[in-house]
Ligand binder design. Structure first.
Ligand code: GLN
Ligand code: ZN
Length: 756
């Protein structure tokens, strides 16, 4: 009987106890030398491969492991090192590699940006007038290493030339074809060497082929893969897409490669329909991405077996590879150690290792029939259904289901005069974005409290003392709207998640965000509910110390959603509305405590945008709806602020307007001109504060710089609606520079006020 095989697309780099991160940081800080670094990395790399062997995966990726980022690995393989690093050709040294990643004393690091719509960041290759050259066949070395050390016939993984170019900068569209040609020559060399070394399958990742690809580009891709296919000889090329269904399905399956990988989780409907419409070429293998590589839940394996049967009607079983939907680098390593979680929750989780086990199980079930693995299937079904049937997920009463069409009772124009009358703020009011420096002392205090060395009272007193100090500083600086400073928060999502129903926090659920930086997203596993006020105590305390208004400070529903792993049994929009309702309860509690200016931060609203434009509107509708739901219930006189820390605005400006916040503050100082010109075109007629200095650097800005930024903005925006604030929260800054910068900011505002 023909056999289905299992295949993995990529494994987390981090290690079960973040060994990878520790190895990097110890090398960077000089605590370990290069030889130790290389050795430790090698043993981690081999460990990860061994684990996949033990899990019974048939095709195991090699080359996905990286010292920092796989896009940077690709750039370096082709010698694409920006000239500022003084690179003159040949193999790129480890020092140069980390120089590009992290910057050197003479040269700024490469730009970092999000990998599609994940929270992983890659280093953007800069092509400019560089000449690509093959500096080393990195993936070949790793392929040979796996073979020698483990007897493993690995599957080399490369980032494909089309996607690599799409993610690069420093060329214009007329040069695209030229660049693709140059790169394909080098890729051809890499592939031909892999072929000579005996590689059977080679995975080439082309996620960008699942996005918008023009007809001209398809022609170029067709030519490119014709070349690559010739160069790879007996090796089989598996062209891998993920994160979306493929619009150009007909063209994709026509490419001269031996296998096509498709995402049957995030592109399920589209890819299934396309398979129905187009069929599948008889000479190709299909990679069926059916285990969710981006979320943390166990799969419903019966459903997945059903999907395999459906696909097997079009593609014969010996041409099916079962895979995760994408690399597993976006999920934590293993849920095995999460023993502090409720058992029902813990057993419903599947991180990378558990997903590989699922893959192996599905493969066995598909090959020898479900009956032979019935016990395991039953176990899995039980784990899934226990969580599904738990009280945490019990369907909500219709009255509890959010009304997504909530709006404030009166339009902004009317609110505005009520606010002017109530708050009597000067023109160009000055404020900050919320947090003040999280110093060593603040972090130490929290640690002492968490470990029980301090009583809750001691900790509370400490927090109060910080608040007192900073209220006084803000008064002395002459700021108009004050904040309490967020000293009690580690993280703007965790702080709320810990106090709401429906959230869980893992011990070791880390994923790589960029370089050695990891995040541990909360897990939203059940209905989200408000339990008790979360921010009232500190805010009220701060307000009791001053006659100036203190702005309440909350994280918005969409940001909480986008920075968490979210249950997948109901639509994201519903979870978002649940969070919105809880935030609304908090806002009403603040209002009842006399806090009538409240900021609801939505820095992650933009990052939730779907990859395909055609899906943007649907997302924006519920995202904006969630924000409105959370803020709509306040009194007319209460002023709602929001904050976003990005300046790409022009393409979602209607949505931002529809949020109907009384005041919005936006990061600007790094791309001021761009943002202002987008307001020139689109206008903005509610309160707005454009960040007048960059908080990402310790540098204290000059007053004149800020004056100029403000004056430029006031040529476009109504001075009566304009606020003065830094770009973002100040938690990463030190005390002296923060005070110095804010002092100049207030003076800049005062100077301009005098001229108005
Ligand atoms: N209020 C938050 C702070 O000041 C906002 C953080 C953010 O925008 N990411 O830290
Ligand atoms: Zn911000």
């Amino acid at each position: 009987m023909p056999r289905v095989l299992s295949s993995n697309l990529g494994y987390p780099r981090l290690g079960e106890q973040r060994e990878w991160k520790k190895t990097l940081e110890s090398y960077w800080s000089g605590k370990s030398d290069k030889a130790t670094f290389l050795d430790t990395m090698k043993s981690l790399r081999l460990d990860h491969l061994r684990k996949q062997q033990q899990a019974g995966v048939d095709l195991i990726p090699v080359g996905d492991f990286s010292y920092y980022d796989h896009v940077l690995d690709t750039a370096v393989t082709f010698g694409l090192v920006p000239s500022r690093f003084g690179y003159t050709g040949g193999e790129v040294s480890l020092e140069q590699y980390f120089g590009i990643a992290r910057g050197t004393k003479d040269a700024a690091a490469g730009e970092m940006t999000k990998w599609f719509n994940t929270n992983y960041h890659y280093i953007v290759p800069e092509l400019n007038n560089l000449t690509p050259q093959l500096t080393e066949n990195r993936v070949l070395k790793l392929y040979l290493e796996a073979k020698q050390e483990l007897g493993l016939e690995g599957k080399p993984v490369l980032l494909g030339p089309y996607t690599f170019l799409k993610l690069s900068k420093g060329y214009d569209s007329s040069e695209f074809a030229g660049w693709l040609n140059k790169l394909v020559l080098l890729y051809a060399q890499v592939l031909s060497e892999l072929n000579q070394a005996g590689a059977n399958w080679i995975q080439i990742d082309e996620p960008s082929l699942a996005l918008d690809v023009s007809a001209d580009e398809w022609t170029l891709v067709q030519e490119a893969y014709t070349r690559l296919n010739e160069a790879s000889g007996n090796s089989n090329l598996l062209l891998q897409t993920y994160f979306e269904g493929v619009d150009g399905f007909g063209k994709l399956i026509d490419l001269p490669v031996q296998g096509i990988g498709l995402d049957f989780v995030y592109g399920l409907e589209q890819n299934l329909n396309a398979l129905d419409d187009w069929g599948f070429p008889e000479d190709k293998v299909i990679g069926v991405g059916l285990i969710d590589g981006r979320n943390v839940w166990r799969s419903n394996l019966e459903e997945k077996l059903g999907l395999i049967n459906v696909i097997a009607q079009t593609v014969s079983r010996d041409r099916i590879l079962l895979q995760p939907s994408c690399s597993l680098q976006f999920v934590p390593v293993t849920s095995r150690h999460e023993t502090a979680l409720e058992p029902v929750l813990q057993s419903a989780l599947a991180f990378a290792d558990e997903k590989l086990a699922e893959l192996a199980l599905l493969t066995r079930a598909a090959n020898i029939g479900g009956a032979a693995v019935q016990t395991e299937l039953d176990q899995s079904r039980k784990a899934v259904s226990q969580l599904a049937g738990s009280d945490w997920r019990s369907p909500q009463h219709p009255d509890q289901v959010a009304n997504e069409n909530d709006t404030r009772n009166v339009p902004f124009e009317e609110r505005r005069s009520l606010h002017d009358e109530k708050w009597k703020l000067p023109v160009l009011p000055t404020t900050t974005i919320g947090s003040f420096p999280q110093t060593v002392e603040v972090r130490r205090a929290r640690r002492l409290w968490r470990t029980g060395e301090w009583t809750p009272e001691q900790y509370e007193q400490f927090i109060q003392q910080e608040i007192r100090e900073w209220i006084q500083i803000q008064e002395e600086l002459g700021l108009d709207v004050l904040v309490h400073g967020e000293f009690e928060r580690t993280d703007m999502v965790e702080f709320f998640g810990e106090q709401l129903d429906g959230f869980a926090f893992t011990k070791n659920g880390w994923v790589q965000s960029y370089g050695s930086r990891c995040v541990k997203p909360p897990i939203i596993y059940g209905n989200v509910n408000f339990v008790e006020p979360m921010t009232v105590k500190e805010t009220k305390y701060a307000q009791s110390l001053t006659s100036k208004p203190v702005k309440g400070m909350l994280t918005g529903p969409v940001t909480i959603l986008n920075w968490s792993f979210v249950r997948d049994d109901i639509p994201r929009s519903q979870v978002s509305y649940q969070i919105a309702r809880a935030i609304s309860d908090e806002i009403l509690a603040l209002e009842a405590a006399g806090i009538e200016m409240i900021q609801v931060d939505e820095p992650a609203l933009r990052e939730g945008l779907p990859l395909k434009r055609s899906k943007w509107q649907e997302y924006l509708d519920w995202a904006v709806g969630s924000f409105r739901l959370s803020t709509a219930a306040v009194k007319e006189t209460t002023q709602i602020h929001t904050h976003m820390c990005y300046s790409e605005f022009h393409d979602i400006i209607d949505a931002i307007k529809a949020m109907d916040a009384d005041v919005i503050s936006i990061e600007t100082s790094r791309s001021h001109g761009e943002l202002i010109s987008s307001f020139e075109v689109h206008g903005y007629d509610k309160g707005i504060g454009l960040g007048v200095y960059d908080i990402h650097s310790p540098r204290v800005p000059g007053k004149e710089e800020m004056v100029q930024l403000i004056e430029r903005a006031l040529r476009v925006l109504d001075p009566k609606l304009f606020w003065i604030n830094p770009d973002c929260g100040l938690k990463t800054r030190a005390h002296p520079e923060t005070v110095a910068a804010l002092k100049l900011m207030v003076e800049a505002a005062q100077d301009i006020r005098r001229q108005l």
